[in-house]
Write a protein that binds this ligand. Structure first.
Ligand SMILES: [Zn+2]
Length: 159
């Protein structure tokens, strides 16, 4: 366990990662560390699992299978942390001063997700209602339009 952090039950989702001491804006709070896989390897490994803690690492096509405190950090639409990639390593950094006892959060920006739903219940005033990134929402909208068009065609050929 990283120093200054503790895992306990969260009001956002299941377990969360809380601070036991204050952090300053810009501090690296912890590292998102764990074994690395390619996206395909991870899909194969976790085909039957609904909950995973995979972190996509930039454009490398690699994912990190979260292990340690960072995997418990929940998504929030008004987060107090952000993730920073430095030479293939992912660090969770404070975007503002964080007091002892606060729950740590960052935006997941889920993309290329196979999950049907990514609804957000973070409770922030500016909650976007989803954990998907803007690009993912666009991708899903396009897919829905395509499927609607396909459905229409099918109806036509049947008629
Ligand atoms: Zn939210």
């Amino acid at each position: 366990m990283q120093s200054g952090l503790v895992i306990r039950s969260s009001s956002i989702h299941a377990a969360g990662c809380y601070t036991t001491r204050a952090f300053k804006k810009g501090d690296r709070v912890c590292e998102y560390d764990g074994p690395r896989f390619t996206k395909d390897q991870a899909d194969e490994r976790y085909a039957d699992r609904s909950i995973t803690y995979l972190f996509s690492c930039g454009d490398t096509g690699m994912v990190i299978d979260g292990f340690g405190s960072a995997m418990f950090i929940n998504h929030c639409c008004e987060p107090n942390c952000e993730t920073e990639e430095v030479e293939g390593r992912i660090f969770v950094c404070a975007v503002r001063d964080i007091a002892a006892g606060e729950e740590l959060t960052y935006e997941y920006h889920l993309y290329d997700s196979d999950d049907a739903e990514g609804d957000c219940y973070c409770g922030a005033a500016k909650c976007r209602g989803t954990m998907f990134s803007k690009d993912e929402l666009k991708r899903r909208a396009r897919k829905a339009t395509r499927e609607a068009a396909k459905a229409k065609k099918t109806v036509k050929t049947k008629a």
